[in-house]
Ligand binder design. Sequence first.
Ligand SMILES: [Zn+2]
Ligand SMILES: [Zn+2]
Length: 433
Amino acid sequence: MKLNYKVIAIGIVLALALVAVYQKGINDGQTGNVMTLVPIAEAKISGEQATSAAKKHSPVGIVPDRDIYFPGTEPLDPNEMRITALGTGQPSVRPKQAAACFLVELGNGDKFLFDIGSGSHERIAAQKIPYDYIDKVFIGHLHVDHFGDLASFWLGGTVMNRLTPLRIWGPDGTEEKYGTKYMLERLQEAYTWDIATRAGFVDFRGGVLEINEFDHRGVNKVIYDDNGVVIRSIPAIHAIDGSVSYILEWNGFKFVYGSDTAPNSWLTKYGKDADFVVHECFLPPTLMITKQGFTPAEALTVSTIAHTSPEQFGKVMSEVKPRHAVGYHFYNDFDTQPEVLQRIRKTYDGPLSLAMDYMVWNVTKDDIKVRMAAKDEEVWPSPALKEKQAPDQSKMVPMSDWNKSGWLEYPEVLNPIWEEVNKKYGTDLKPKL
Ligand SMILES: [Zn+2]
Ligand SMILES: [Zn+2]
């Protein structure tokens, strides 16, 4: 077969040029040690640097820094904050992107979740943080993509290792039925069977929900003030009344979390000059029509009125002027990111990340470092840190004699298992069905 080498050569040159343009594009305007994609991070240790590192550490030394964050392996400096994107997508979750969830960890030890959208629980677990330490959740509004994994996190965490109540903050509504309290009370009712099966069997102190509902019309009002951390809420404009954004201040840092909102004057006013602003950046209407099957009328309303399109996101950030802006809430792929970025760059030329799940930012006074986190598929939840108490037997819901009548006891198997545990732990337990 005769190969046309000229055509192949031109093809290779074009491909390399495209990669170079794409990589330049996604890093445009970012500061510090900024990387948004793993391949670029890998490129950083290639060549001379990798050779000298290999000489230093190989064959039995520690692998040199790969510019990837490995959860559970890095202490936070007392003056540092770490923000991790644990959901950046849309209501229809997909393997690559859960729905809205951002974890904020502070150098004083405090940790906060902002939104807890569908699919985000497994990403929270992947951070290897004992649940005892993540007991504060701030919900921006009551769309499923902003609290869809709350029940899973609440009850799943209870069974394994959170022994303190889960504390939840969220806005009220124009009527009682539109508020966070209404939703949470009914969520507890909805899980009546689940709770009945656990409360008498394990230490269930973590099964309590602490509900903190506040006025959605509050403008820069303090809703949380503890341990040097102040969190305020501002109104957002999204679908119907009752959405809010949050502003967290600690140690001279200002972090803003928009949740969902169309561009609004509260965020540009009170978020101004923040260190770090997470704000929705929806898909442009054109991509919603071509890739998601929206009609033009639907796409225009959803992208530019109910939400914030890329050009509008850029306008907001140009007014806020944060040290670092983060856009999320769109399917972030190789064929959508270039268009979203190009549209943002029409109206904003400052520091920017287009978030994807597992992106991590370390914020200090001097630097904002962006990396991707490694994902450990094998991770187990860490055991409870507090000492467990005996289950509250009064909460036990008995099983009927009818249901018990079908049980196959297999004493020749059961008795040795009980004996094994009783002998090893010095107990005399004989559990009953
Ligand atoms: Zn929403
Ligand atoms: Zn949303």
